[in-house]
Design a protein around this ligand. Structure first.
Ligand code: MOS
Length: 722
């Protein structure tokens, strides 16, 4: 089904099942420990051996020699995989560095070997006996230095009007530089794979956000046809972008299983993950704002510097600045420096997450300089059109309503504009806010729908559920479309033998994958109506099809043949004709200890305008999870770079801090009642990343309001406040 004109009324609009706060279908499996994760598939591979990954201990250089004699002689060892016996390997399209080093080493903890043994403990102990010698060469690990030296930076400037002269003429100016650190996805379930060969055919049970990307890149790396790879990923214990791309565990489990000639399991041990896998790159961002005294932005510039390995991409931290506020003269530039740190890549809301952390502090600073309320300043500079292409409107844009709703609900009018003016006991109290913005992307997505003679509807798609609720909203969609109760729908996900879906990334998953299911269900409705001899506009309700006063059950029409139809949603150019984005507002209250500067977050509110909310319960879960991540980004998360050796020092969950329950206060989430007919037939958009974008700045702005200390380098730790 091609979606290239705005959606009109369709069966989803009944909202009998879609839009209801249905419990997660996979919830009981996950909370009772019965959802099988990739590393736990003892049922399919009871004889699996265990692989242990050895990571490089230099950041750049080459492997001079590997002496594996002692490791080979260790108890239980079955095989050792290195570049020497791995065969010729290609490189996945979506990998920047190779997944197995040798002879060259491209980054710290890049895999150099997999030790396969009868037990995990034997593999781990033998791995310590592997003697790898390196010749290391000098690398670049310091973003600040790379930025100021200007060496090998790539500029991608976007210009509207003449920023420089408009900024010079502006009555009020702001020119500030900020930084955000490298961050790690730190998902609960580590990357893990069980791999098994049957002749030339490879089956892998893994933890993947993007089944088709993994299968393609695995086949490409191994140099085998894609149809010989079967990839299965029904349950995923979190990803946050860290499982978008094929990683070491999958490749090395497959190689290990081939060489050991039996199934092999590999999980990345936690201390390997931060340097072996991808991370969100650190940024240095300069924002310049020019405004009239009455608060109209006349010039806006946002430049961001980040680093990556050769061939990598910059963090697109200026993305939102192209769209969020009006202003005739504009400049956004994303600069990339070559660094030899591990591979930088997508982490939840890549671009906007660190971009909004910065832009929304700058906006707060400018409002203060103008003597304006920060909400009024944002409202004053709202735009209903893409500021660089005024003929292009937003499909929906209710930023102002989000700001106003949040202000009222949070009690914004009680805030004192003067910092450090509210004291309770030993604590300075402050409130702050920020806008939320994240673009809405749409991706082609397919599904198959089957109907059997019991009237059971089964949906199959390679879509993944990374804890987001895909199983549930897909079941809701099929139930709505076919007029059956939710318990008559079975959803099967995460299998490369199913139709290719949008996958879970970029907050496009919910809207795109349910739209694919919508398309397949439309086709199934037509097939059912036709077999029953009913007109195409027959009504589907209560497990029956009705038309012209007649009705028949779905089970009866299905008969013994049943139905199996597949279709996909393909998006035309609506997203070029309209700017599709999601909007919101974040509000935060903090208490800062007057003596220790310890920050406690006391209250949080997010208001989101993100199209139709398919399931308010799972959507709220996404947003409160994102708000929690935003608190982590504001106050804790920070991969510390060893600038001499080129690696992330705090590479485990003890040293890489994220919020725990005790750090998180009461959270309130409000969804504006919205549908977006431009986005898809579901009229929904993404919300899981929107909930993160801006939270960090709202926390930082609240801390400023509490203390009068403006911190421009994240995370806002107490040493920066004293
Ligand atoms: Mo998201 S960073 O596309 O998983």
């Amino acid at each position: 089904m091609k979606f290239d004109t705005p959606a009109t009324t369709n069966p989803i609009d009944q909202l009998k099942v879609v839009g209801q706060p249905v419990d997660r279908i996979d919830g009981p499996f996950k909370t009772t420990g019965t959802a099988p994760y990739a590393y736990e598939r003892h049922d399919v591979a009871p004889d699996a051996a265990y692989g242990y990954v050895v990571g490089a201990t230099v950041a750049k250089g080459r492997i001079a020699s590997i002496d594996q004699s002692r490791a080979e002689a260790a108890p239980g060892v079955i095989a050792i995989v290195t570049a020497r016996n791995a065969g010729k390997l290609g490189k996945g399209e979506k990998n920047i560095a190779r997944l197995l080093a040798g002879p060259n080493v491209e980054h710290y903890h890049q895999a150099v070997a997999l030790v396969v043994a009868e037990t995990f403990e034997q593999a781990r102990s033998a791995a310590k006996l592997l003697e790898v010698r390196y010749e290391s060469t000098a690398g670049k690990y310091d973003l600040e230095q790379a930025r100021s030296s200007g060496a090998k930076t790539i500029d991608k400037d976007k210009k509207v009007g003449d920023f420089n002269s408009a900024f010079a003429r502006a009555e009020v100016q702001l020119d500030q530089t900020y930084s955000t650190p490298d961050q790690s996805h730190a998902m609960m379930e580590p990357h893990a794979t069980t791999a098994m060969w049957r002749g030339e055919r490879l089956t892998v049970w893994t933890s993947s956000q993007m089944v088709d990307w993994f299968a393609s890149d695995l086949a490409k790396t191994l140099g085998i046809p894609k149809d010989r790879v079967h990839l299965i990923s029904p349950y995923i214990g979190g990803g946050f972008g860290g499982k978008l791309f094929l990683r070491t565990d999958v490749l090395l489990a497959a190689l290990g299983a081939r060489i050991a000639q039996r199934p092999v399991k590999v999980t990345l041990q936690r201390p390997l993950i931060a340097n072996n896998t991808t991370h969100r790159p650190a940024t240095i961002q300069r924002v310049r704002l020019g405004a009239s005294k009455s608060g109209e932005i006349t010039a806006i510039a946002h430049e961001s510097w980040s680093g990556n390995l050769p061939g990598g991409e910059p963090e697109e931290a200026t993305q939102q600045t192209q769209f969020l506020y009006a202003g005739a003269h504009r400049l956004t530039g994303t600069r990339l420096a070559v660094l030899d740190l591990p591979e930088g890549n997508s982490m939840r809301a890549p671009g906007e997450a660190p971009g909004m952390m910065v832009l929304e502090i700058a906006i707060d600073e400018m409002a203060e300089r103008l003597g304006m309320d920060p909400i009024e300043f944002r409202v004053r500079n709202d735009t209903q059109v893409d500021p660089s292409k005024p003929e292009r409107r937003f499909s929906q844009r209710r930023l102002v309503e989000c700001l106003r709703t949040g202000a009222k609900e949070f009690g914004w009018s009680e805030r004192s504009a003067k910092p450090a003016s509210r004291r309770e006991g030993d604590a300075w109290i402050g409130i702050g806010m920020a806008a939320a913005f994240r673009n809405n992307l749409v991706m082609k997505s397919g599904a198959r729908v089957l109907l059997d003679n019991r009237g059971i509807v089964t949906v199959q798609t390679d879509m993944t559920d990374i804890g987001t609720g895909s199983y549930t909203i897909i079941a809701q969609t099929a139930a709505e479309m076919l007029g059956v109760p939710l318990d008559r729908v079975v959803v099967e996900l995460g299998d490369s033998s199913f139709p290719v879906s949008a996958g879970s990334g970029g907050q496009w998953g919910a809207n795109s994958s349910t739209s694919g299911v919508y398309a397949a269900c439309m086709k199934l409705r037509e097939a059912i109506a036709q077999r029953a001899g009913f007109p195409a506009d027959a009504e589907f309700a209560e497990g029956m099809v009705r038309a012209g006063g007649q009705s028949r059950t779905l089970a009866e029409i299905a008969g013994d043949k049943g139905f199996s139809v597949a279709d996909s949603i393909e998006f035309g150019d609506l997203d070029k004709r309209y700017q599709q984005s999601t909007f919101g507002a974040h509000f935060v209250e903090v208490a800062v200890d007057a003596y220790t500067a310890e920050v406690r977050v006391r209250r949080m509110l997010s208001v989101c305008a993100a199209g139709r909310i398919l399931n308010p319960k799972s959507a709220r879960s996404q947003v409160i999870g994102a708000m929690t991540m935003g608190v982590g980004g504001a106050l804790m998360e920070d991969l510390a770079v060893d600038k001499r050796k080129g690696f992330f020092v705090n590479h485990d969950l003890a040293a890489y801090e994220v919020p725990v329950h005790a750090d998180i206060p009461h959270m309130q989430v409000i969804f504006l009642d919205e549908t977006d007919p431009i986005s898809s037939p579901m009229k929904a958009k993404g919300v899981g990343e929107l909930g993160l974008c801006g939270v960090g700045a709202a926390v930082a702005n609240a801390i400023y309001n509490a203390t009068g200390v403006r911190v421009r380098d994240y995370p806002v730790t107490l040493d920066k406040l004293l």
